[in-house]
Write a protein that binds this ligand. Structure first.
Ligand code: CUA
Length: 168
């Protein structure tokens, strides 16, 4: 017995398949021919071997690179950023170098232009300067499972002058 498909039904089905085919082909062409990669991507990494990489536990956190330059190496995983808190002085220009251990996460620093997608296997990088002291949240803004809304960490930007005075 042959299934009867209405003429218009068939037309629309064909149109849908053609459109999906075009989308898929452009996706493949984007990656293979035009080299499209996740935004802010700064390299690739095998998420299975993070402990043997620049993202090993002891390498996570803030590193002073001289002057007002800082590097913050952060690992995203279900459902936290590691480390949960980092501290930099006021005026610090911070380069965030981030990857995901498991699924796709988001990485957004409130009140800055830092806004990245973290795709497992890729390293994402973005830079910003903290001109004012205060607390800034890093938020995961891509749905990543049932703990998504709990996934955040804190950047503390220290008031350098007042901190120095208090220590005297
Ligand atoms: Cu991680 Cu949402």
């Amino acid at each position: 017995m042959q299934m009867h498909i209405d003429k218009y039904e068939r037309m629309w089905l064909t149109a849908v398949v053609v459109v999906l085919g075009i989308f898929f082909a452009s996706l493949v062409a984007g990656v293979a021919i035009f080299g499209v990669r996740p935004a802010a991507q700064a390299g690739v990494i095998n998420p299975m071997y993070l402990e043997q990489s620049e993202f090993a536990s002891e390498n996570l956190g803030v590193r002073h690179m001289g002057g007002n330059q800082y590097e913050a190496r952060i690992l995203a995983q279900k459902w936290a950023f590691v480390p949960a808190e980092i501290t930099v002085p006021e005026g610090a220009e911070v380069t965030f170098i981030v990857t995901s251990r498991d699924v796709t996460h988001g990485f957004m620093v409130e009140h800055t232009t830092v806004n990245m997608e973290l795709v497992p296997g890729h390293i994402s990088q973005a830079r910003t300067t903290f001109h004012h002291p205060g607390e800034f949240k890093i938020l995961c803004h891509e749905y990543c499972g049932r703990g998504h809304q709990l996934m955040h960490s804190t950047i503390i930007v220290e008031d350098v002058i007042n901190t120095a005075l208090n220590e005297e």
